[in-house]
Design a protein. Structure first.
Length: 240
């Protein structure tokens, strides 16, 4: 809620406050709503509970807002060439995982998140909570056909990298030329991995070296390892 008011990418209706629940957090949200031109309204407790619903984790504050906009694929072409980083998810359907990946991607400086219309969840409150507000800032694109979208991105100068446990190329041992430039990092669902049609259009597949007995990582953990390795290398390049 706080990040939504700061980012201002949604259409806002009003901020509702429980008359019996006010605190420092509520006062901060009222200030952010005022800055964004969003009316704040205090309502009786019974009415607030009715509007929030039985499963809401509202803490006495409820923001009525429209959906987060999903952008066309062309939005991922924007930005300075050479440093664009897009994360694409193939068949990751759990809202918690999608939100967690979005959080990692935004923190690592990714320029967009690419989802599919099928086999991917809507941008629900559960996704927003798991992202800790990151989806309010991270451009999100949804496409019908992921391999086709990857081919279009390749036509715009992106290299496509897939995280795959069976890949021969080690992430940490990969040459800098593989991990530089405009990149799309493609991650699949835990267990199933990347689909054959997606793997067919990748430029490179990478595996994360594992030192323990567990054979793979959760998709958000894998995203963190790959994206922050890319960030580390990019910063090393800048230093000289």
């Amino acid at each position: 809620m706080r990040e939504a008011l700061r980012a201002r990418r949604r259409r806002f209706v009003r901020l509702l406050l429980d008359a019996e629940h006010r605190g420092v957090e509520a006062d901060e949200l009222i200030g952010l709503a005022r800055e964004a031109g969003v009316p704040a309204e205090t309502v009786p407790r019974a009415r607030f509970v009715e509007l929030a619903g039985p499963d809401a984790r509202s803490q006495g504050v409820l923001l009525e807002a429209g959906p987060l906009p999903e952008l066309p694929l062309s939005a991922l072409f924007e930005g300075e060439a050479g440093g664009r980083r897009v994360v694409a998810l193939d068949g990751v359907e759990d809202p918690q995982n999608v939100g967690a990946v979005a959080r990692v991607a935004e923190a690592a400086g990714a320029t967009g998140l690419l989802l599919t219309h099928r086999r991917a969840p809507p941008l629900s409150p559960a996704v927003a909570r798991a992202s800790a507000g990151a989806i309010e800032y991270l451009p999100i694109v949804r496409v019908t056909n992921l391999p086709r979208a990857l081919e279009e991105l390749k036509g715009k100068g992106f290299w496509t990298l897939g995280a795959e446990v069976s890949a021969e190329l080690d992430l940490f041992g990969a040459p800098d030329r593989v991990l530089s430039g405009d990149l799309v990092v493609v991650l699949g669902a835990e267990g199933r991995g990347l689909r054959r049609g997606v793997r067919a259009v990748l430029d490179h597949e990478l595996r994360i070296p594992m030192a323990g007995r567990v054979g793979s990582l959760n998709v958000s953990a894998a995203a963190a390892v790959v994206l922050f390795e890319l960030l580390r290398r990019a910063r090393t390049d800048l230093r000289g």
